[in-house]
Design a protein. Structure first.
Length: 372
């Protein structure tokens, strides 16, 4: 006997099926694709293929703290990483002996939570069928490999999207608590906290409930105070960005010219910088669409991120940051919901364009090259 599912449960099941299928697909790609690309050379063990770049740095913080590995050279960039992911890694490592596997498991569970929340958010705001389309749009994004490996994106989304859904539903204590969780993971939590304020007041909520809006700022204050107690620097996370990656604020045209010069070269990072420019174009386009639609809170959330990224010394991790722009995937889902004979093709065209880039970037990351 088939037991019928309610709309909310059906939405969750669809999101989870897409999430699990995509994870299995990446595992197949890792097993089959890695061997095909090495040309017969020895393939690194499966877990070693996911221990690159920020994943390794987060493990270093979890294992040794912000002073880094005492046996290695000091890394001034470590305070750029907020403590949420390293603390979660440390907790999971109590039960899972391998640090990399712990990171993969965190992203797996957190991503499942995020996908269900995204699907429910899409169908809370739009018609039936937008939920799985929004999830599919996110999973096909060219940088979705970072939802698989032990980065902080999946864990951030597991707090941030449910926080946004709770805010839309008027459940402000829950929204604030989840927003505080997101603020533990990334500086992006600051933009979420500001967007929640705009959402609160544009929704004309009772002023007596406004005190909850301070909660998402608490982790940022505590993290800054922690580093002040260590080295007297309230802005250690910002200064770490400058020391570790040379990121400082410039005029947007300066950043564009610097990035364009790198993208037009033939060096090993040229392709990555071309993707950075494409990501910036998508970000600016999304800001203009949100402005046109007068979606003020989402505009604040995305617009502040895009503004900070395009005013950096050079474009860095813009397409990866787009994984956190759920308004983009909600718009794609709505645009592809059947309403005319052509709209249903939107998600198909999107998949055919960005899907191959997602596969390429996944293989590139596994080979240890810079992706974003």
């Amino acid at each position: 006997m088939i037991i019928p599912l309610g709309p909310s449960r059906r939405t969750a099941v669809e999101a989870l099926l897409l999430w699990l299928s995509s994870r299995l697909g990446i595992i197949v790609l890792a097993v089959v694709g890695a061997g095909a690309l090495t040309g017969g050379e020895t393939v690194a063990p499966f877990l070693e293929r996911w221990k690159h770049w920020d994943a390794q740095l987060l493990i270093t913080i979890a294992e040794h703290g912000y002073d880094g590995d005492p046996a290695a050279e000091p890394d001034e960039g470590l305070p750029a990483f907020f403590p949420g992911m390293p603390l979660t890694l440390r907790a999971v490592h109590l039960f899972v002996g391998d640090w990399t596997l712990a990171g993969l498991l965190i992203s797996f569970v957190a991503g499942a939570v995020a996908m269900v929340a995204l699907a429910r958010l899409a169908e809370f705001e739009g018609p039936r069928g937008t939920g799985w389309r929004a999830v599919l749009a996110l999973l096909l994004w060219p940088m979705s490999v970072f939802l698989f490996t032990g980065y902080s994106e999946a864990l951030f989304l597991a707090f941030a999207i449910p926080a946004w859904l709770a805010a839309r539903q008027g459940r402000w204590p829950l929204a604030a608590a989840l927003g505080a969780g997101a603020s533990c993971m990334r500086i992006t939590g600051l933009f979420l906290a500001l967007a929640l304020i705009v959402e609160f007041f544009t929704g004309r909520q009772p002023v007596r409930r406004a005190g909850w809006l301070a909660l998402p700022f608490v982790p940022l204050v505590l993290y800054s105070a922690y580093h002040y107690s260590r080295n007297g620097d309230w802005m250690a996370w910002k200064h770490a960005q400058e020391a570790g990656w040379g990121r400082h604020m410039v005029w947007p045209w300066e950043s564009f010219v610097t990035t364009l010069d790198s993208a037009m070269g033939d060096g090993r990072f040229a392709w990555a910088f071309r993707l950075e420019i494409a990501g910036a174009v998508v970000g600016v386009g999304l800001v203009l669409v949100l402005l046109y639609l007068r979606r003020w809170s989402e505009l604040v959330y995305v617009g502040l991120q895009v503004g900070a990224l395009v005013c950096s010394a050079y474009y860095l991790s813009i397409p990866r940051s787009a994984l956190l722009w759920w308004p983009l995937f909600l718009l794609i889902a709505r645009a592809s919901t059947p309403g005319s004979r052509w709209r249903q093709w939107v998600i198909v065209v999107y998949a055919l364009v960005v899907g191959p880039l997602m596969v390429l970037n996944t293989l590139t990351f596994m080979n240890g090259a810079w992706v974003g």
